[in-house]
Design a protein around this ligand. Structure first.
Ligand code: CUA
Length: 322
C-alpha cells in the first residue's frame, strides 16, 4: 500500500473530492489576480518612472478604476462563499449513509480511537468486555462512510487528513462529527491542526484503509494483540518489570523511565536483542535475561538471578511491546 504525501489536491475520498475543485478554483483566481495586480504595478513602474524631460501627471480619483477594484473582488468573495457553503452542506452531513462510527478522544498529544463493538464481520470486543482502542493508527475499511465522533480531554485540537478531506476541531466537553471515507486502500497521513502546546507538531495520525475483505482479519489480529496485553500473566509481567531492577535501567513509555540501558518501548519489533541476539522471540529473550553476560560479555546488564516463572512473565510482557 503506497504512503501518499498529505496533500488535499490528491483526493482519495468523497470529502476530499468535494474540496479539491474549490482549492483549484481559488488557486487559479489567485494566480490571475496576482498577474493583473503585479503586471499593472510593473508596467506602471516602467512606463511612468522618473526620467529627464518627463513630468508626472497629477490626477485624483478615477471612477471606472475604483468601481472595478470594488466590484470584481466583491463578486469573487461572494462566489467563493457560495461555493464553500454548498460544499459545507455536503461535508457537514456526517450522519446520512454513515455505516460505522468511531470515537476519537484527542489529548495532549495523541489521538485515541475507540472502535464500535462490531462492524460487519469485524469484532472489536477485547477480553475485558470493552471496545478495542488504539492510538496513532486509525484502521478503516475502504468505500465505507465512517462517522468520526470527536472530542477532547484537555485543550482544543483538530483532526485533519488532507487526502481524505475535511477538518474538524476536537473541543473539550463537546462531540463534533467528521465524515471519513477512502475509496482506495492505502495509508493516509494526518495531523493535529490546532496549536495545542509543546507537542503539537508531533501530534500525528495515520489512517490505514483496508480492502473490505481484509478488514475483519485486521480487527481479529488487533483484538488478539490487545488480549495478549490484557492477559493476567502479561499484566503480572508488566508489574514485575516495573517493580524489579528492570525499571531502574530501561524505559518503557508509560511505565518506566530508566535511561541507563536501551529503551524497550518497541522491543518486540526490534531486529535483535542488544545487537547480538536475533530474532527477538521468547526463547532469545529468556536466554538473554537469564544470563546476559554469557551472550554478550561486554554488556552492562548483570545476571539478575530471577526464577523461571518471573522471567516467563516478564518475557510475555516484553513480547507485547511492538
Ligand atoms: Cu493537538 Cu495540535
Amino acid at each position: 500500500m503506497p504512503v501518499l504525501p498529505p496533500w488535499m489536491s490528491d483526493p482519495a475520498g468523497p470529502a476530499a473530492r468535494e474540496i479539491a475543485p474549490l482549492y483549484w478554483i481559488m488557486f487559479a483566481a489567485a494566480v490571475v489576480v496576482l498577474a493583473i495586480v503585479d503586471g499593472a504595478l510593473i508596467y506602471a513602474g516602467i512606463k511612468y518612472r522618473e526620467r529627464p524631460g518627463v513630468a508626472a501627471k497629477q490626477f485624483h480619483g478615477h471612477n471606472l478604476l475604483e468601481l472595478a477594484w470594488t466590484v470584481i473582488p466583491t463578486i469573487m468573495v461572494v462566489t467563493f462563499s457560495i461555493l464553500s457553503f454548498q460544499r459545507l452542506l455536503v461535508l457537514n452531513d456526517v450522519d446520512s449513509g454513515a455505516e460505522m462510527t468511531i470515537k476519537i478522544h484527542a489529548r495532549q498529544w495523541t489521538f485515541q480511537f475507540e472502535y464500535p463493538q462490531s462492524f460487519g464481520d469485524a469484532r472489536f470486543v477485547t477480553r475485558d468486555g470493552k471496545s478495542l482502542t488504539g492510538e496513532q493508527e486509525l484502521h478503516i475499511p475502504v468505500n465505507t462512510k465512517v462517522k468520526l465522533e470527536i472530542t477532547s480531554e484537555d485543550v482544543i485540537h483538530s483532526v485533519w487528513i488532507p487526502n481524505l478531506g475535511g477538518k474538524k476541531d476536537a473541543v473539550p466537553g463537546r462531540v463534533t462529527g467528521l465524515s471519513l471515507e477512502a475509496d482506495r486502500p492505502g495509508t493516509y497521513k494526518g495531523q493535529c491542526f490546532e496549536f495545542c502546546g509543546d507537542g503539537h507538531a508531533d501530534m500525528l495520525l495515520v489512517v490505514v484503509a483496508h480492502p473490505k475483505s481484509e478488514y475483519a482479519a485486521w480487527a481479529q489480529e488487533a483484538v488478539a494483540r490487545r488480549d495478549r496485553f490484557l492477559d493476567p500473566e502479561t499484566q503480572r509481567g508488566a508489574e514485575l518489570f516495573r517493580t524489579l531492577a528492570c525499571s531502574g535501567c530501561h524505559k518503557v513509555q508509560g511505565l518506566t523511565g530508566g535511561t541507563v540501558g536501551p529503551e524497550l518501548t518497541h522491543i518486540a519489533s526490534k531486529a535483535n536483542i542488544a545487537g547480538v541476539l536475533s530474532p527477538v522471540n521468547e526463547e532469545n529473550l529468556k536466554r538473554w535475561i537469564n544470563d546476559p553476560l554469557s551472550v554478550k560479555p561486554t554488556t552492562q546488564m548483570p545476571k539478575l538471578g530471577y526464577d523461571a516463572e518471573t522471567i516467563d512473565a516478564i518475557v510475555k510482557f516484553l513480547l507485547t511491546l511492538e
